[in-house]
Design a protein around this ligand. Structure first.
Ligand code: GLA
Length: 385
């Protein structure tokens, strides 16, 4: 039975209402890591791994939620939303709170959801859950939020209610995704363009380390603060500078290198990464995948040595990828300390290489690798059944 039919069945067994169906995808990011919260550029895309939800509005004030994946029910009221203390309801409740803050009045709703985005793999299953909730409530209650506002509501839910200080990239990709296109998003101006990305020669493959080191969220917030320290040192001399987006390598050399060597290393990575993304986009437009892939490898080196958000499992996979001429680009993806590497691999060799990577990961690290072949798809939508 398809996942959607399972969710429909589950919904109908619990509620007497007629549901509407929605989906929101997870995301990848080709290049531009840890740049979103520095007002830089990112290059994400939505992928064919989704959260599906069946939702109906209620005429009372109650919220009834059921997670298929956790087989768990949660109830609340729109008049008294508290943190749940559980793994999943806060992503949904946080969205409701942010909609209320924006002055929208909603009644209750029923929602059953489930998905096939691997959890904890850095593919933004939480952003997809926020997006599907925001999209569904906007649709069913005719709230008239525009897409950008929906993405921002998801991010605000994560920042304010869940307590993760993430940038806008994940929610933006989940809402705005377009089939066979990357999104080049300027996180300062919020202008964006779609760049076609469909190569007959190369396949996007994710190698999932299946590890998540406990450092992940504390180190993420720490990196943000280190970048802010770099900005503050420059601001003292250049008040017009508000983020690393406005900073040059010269400024870093002059004002940060000696004063705060650690903030210098973090900031230098970000300034270079923003430039690297721009160069990589030119490669894409020129059809130069080889050069694009080289930039991906460079990003990994920076994330490993200067930004220091990689881990031995990710480094192993990238080092192994380098031994294959058929893997033209490979790097860790997302926040770091676990999750996946993203790889561009010659299509005719993907099966063989994936099998060899799997074996190497098992033999050398005694760990199981998960492999995902992904395609680029459209963002959040209502599903006509
Ligand atoms: C996580 C965050 C994003 C972004 C990446 C790093 O995925 O949610 O906002 O900062 O890490 O690029």
């Amino acid at each position: 039975m398809s996942l959607l039919s399972k969710i429909e069945e589950s919904f109908k067994s619990r509620f007497s209402a007629e549901p509407t169906f929605f989906s929101a995808p997870g995301r990848i990011n080709l290049i531009g890591e840890h740049t979103d919260y520095n007002d830089g550029l990112v290059l994400p895309a939505a992928i064919d791994r989704y959260i599906f939800a069946a939702v109906s509005i209620r005429h009372d004030r109650e919220i009834h939620l059921f997670s298929e994946d956790y087989q768990e029910l949660f109830q609340s009221s729109v008049d008294d939303i508290q943190r749940s203390g559980k793994l999943w309801p806060d992503y949904i409740l946080g969205v409701v709170v942010e909609m209320q803050k924006a002055g929208k009045a909603l009644n209750g709703f029923n929602m059953v959801f489930g998905g096939n985005i691997p959890l904890g793999a850095g593919l933004s299953s939480s952003a997809a859950l926020e997006s599907v909730t925001a999209f569904a409530l906007n649709h069913l209650y005719s709230l008239e939020f525009r897409s950008l506002e929906l993405a921002k509501i998801g991010q605000a839910a994560e920042n304010n209610f869940v307590g993760v200080n993430c940038g806008l990239m994940d929610q933006f990709a989940s809402v705005f995704g377009r089939k066979d296109h990357l999104i080049r998003l300027d996180c300062k101006s919020l202008e964006f363009e779609f760049i076609p990305f469909h190569s007959p020669d190369y396949q996007i493959v994710l190698f999932d380390t299946q590890v998540k080191h406990s450092l992940a969220s504390s180190a993420y917030n720490e990196r943000r603060r280190e970048c802010e320290r770099g900005v503050a040192l420059i601001q003292a001399h250049h008040p017009e500078v508000t983020s690393l987006r406005d900073v040059s390598l010269e400024m870093l050399n002059t004002y940060v290198r000696d004063a705060d060597p650690l903030a210098y290393r973090r900031s230098e990575f970000v300034v270079r990464e923003i430039q690297r993304l721009q160069d990589a986009c030119e490669d894409l437009l020129a059809g130069n995948f080889a050069s694009f892939g080289r930039h991906m490898y460079e990003t990994h080196e920076g994330l490993k040595n200067d930004y220091e958000v990689s881990c031995p499992e990710l480094d192993f996979l990238v080092a192994k990828a380098r031994t294959y001429p058929e893997i033209i680009g490979s790097r860790m993806m997302g926040g770091g300390f676990g999750g996946c590497t993203i790889n561009l691999i010659r299509r005719d060799e993907v099966e063989r290489i994936a099998a060899e990577m799997l074996l190497a990961y098992k033999v050398q690290l005694d760990l199981e690798l998960a492999v995902y072949f992904v395609s680029i798809v459209d963002g959040a939508k209502a599903i006509v059944k």
